[in-house]
Ligand binder design. Sequence first.
Ligand code: FES
Length: 103
Amino acid sequence: MARWINACATDDIDDEDVIRFDYEGPTFAIYRGPDGSFFCTDGLCTHEKVHLCDGLVMEYKIECPKHSGVFDYRTGEALRAPVCVNLKTYTTKVEDGRVYIEV
Ligand code: FES
């Protein structure tokens, strides 16, 4: 059954930035878009399992730090080679200044 996990404070992430969040084994990447909205994906690139939190956020895209593959972090869609497998995404919500992800 899906449940909501309290992941971080909204202030922990700047606009157009990403942080790593580990929970019970899996690792996630939590993004703050240019409009201040929050998104969450699996934390590892689908190409060679590199942490995406070390990548570069550009508007609604994340560029992997290893081979510069690009995903749309809103949908998980793989946009630029060498990535060809989409990222899994997770629903987020904000309550009382905290960001929750549904896992
Ligand atoms: S590990 Fe991410 S593009 Fe290769």
